[in-house]
Write a protein that binds this ligand. Structure first.
Ligand code: MN
Length: 203
């Protein structure tokens, strides 16, 4: 089974004005599309891995054959990270999480405002290309972090429930060098229902 590019769950222009339609089109169709193509090219060299999901491949990254490990890290990571990222956003997003996630966030970070500050710092301080994350550790605790390039917390045994792409391709057309403005705009489109659902499923 080849890996496939999932369609965006909303039209290209749905997240305007926070994330522009042209960026969404290129980001999804070209960038994400290329990660899927290159992941499939890598897996073609090891047909025994064709039955594995991208999550399984990345969770077991260290046991993959040497000749494709980096390709799976980069292109498999690129595929999974983007597939998640699209779902973490919605045109009906923004606001704050509710229920259990909100309670645990308060206990862990001291409230939503503090969480927001820490997550923004993770996104701003990741130099070069990468991602900011909110993940659930195997202990059930929430953790904010960032990864370089297309690495995923999944490879460290953490389950990602929210992510922000801070590669320049994610924001350059609209925000140019102003990453903080893009990071600030992200709060208007976060799909907290989806993040809450993933938090529940992680436990
Ligand atoms: Mn990207």
């Amino acid at each position: 089974m080849a890996h496939v590019l999932p369609p965006l769950p909303y039209p290209n222009n749905a997240l305007e004005p926070h994330i522009d339609a042209k960026t969404m089109e290129i980001h999804h169709d070209k960038h994400h599309g290329t990660y899927v193509t290159k992941l499939n090219e890598a897996i073609d060299k090891h047909p025994e891995l064709k039955s594995k999901s991208v999550e399984e491949l990345l969770s077991g990254i260290n046991s993959l054959p040497d000749d494709i490990r980096n390709a799976v890290r980069n292109h498999g990571g690129g595929h999974l990270n983007h597939a998640l990222f699209w779902q973490y956003m919605t045109p009906f997003g923004g606001g704050e999480p509710q229920g259990k996630l909100a309670q645990v966030m308060t206990k862990t970070f001291g409230g939503f405002a503090r969480f927001k500050e820490e997550f923004e710092a993770a996104a701003q301080n990741r130099s070069g290309s990468g991602w900011a994350w909110l993940s659930v550790r195997s202990t059930g605790d929430l953790e904010i972090g960032s990864t370089a390039n297309q690495e995923t917390p999944l490879s460290n045994g953490h389950l990602p429930i929210l992510a922000l792409d801070v590669w320049e391709h994610a924001y350059y057309l609209k925000y140019q060098n102003k990453r903080p403005d893009y990071v600030g705009a992200f709060w208007n489109v976060i799909n907290w229902d989806e993040v809450g659902r993933r938090f529940k499923a992680a436990k």
